[in-house]
Ligand binder design. Structure first.
Ligand SMILES: [Zn+2]
Length: 128
């Protein structure tokens, strides 16, 4: 796997991706779910955090579709989506579907895909 630059707080997250687990932080004091890079709980200020495994499913909170590339290497259009995970965390992602199919409130799920650069976590519309 290609090395991924990260600080000590993100090591468990990236190790989880390589092992097929979507990990996030959870406060041991008040049980608030936190984004993976968190080092202190914003609710109770505790630094007593644990790593949990997310279900990987959630709903689209908002999204944008980019039609202009930031660099010549990018292929447009592409979407950038805010997903509210079932655990209560909002993350930035992309959803692998036609952009015109996206809508706020769309149920999505994540799946691990093997690519030449390593394992990737991707979001897809939830299959019914
Ligand atoms: Zn807390």
């Amino acid at each position: 796997m290609a090395s991924v630059p990260y600080g000590p707080d993100m090591g468990h997250f990236w190790d989880g991706i390589a092992e097929g687990q979507f990990r996030y932080r959870k406060c041991n004091s008040c049980h608030t779910a936190l984004p993976s890079g968190s080092w202190v709980c914003p609710e109770c200020w505790s630094k007593d955090l644990n790593w949990e495994v997310a279900s990987g499913s959630g709903v689209v909170w908002s999204y944008v579709v980019y039609h202009r590339p930031f660099s010549p290497k990018e292929t447009v259009p592409y979407n950038v989506v805010l997903v509210d995970l079932d655990e209560g965390i909002r993350i930035v992602a992309t959803v692998d579907c036609p952009d015109e199919d996206l809508y706020v409130g769309m149920p999505v799920e994540s799946k691990f895909c093997e690519e030449t650069s390593g394992k990737k976590l991707k979001f897809y519309p939830l299959e019914k």
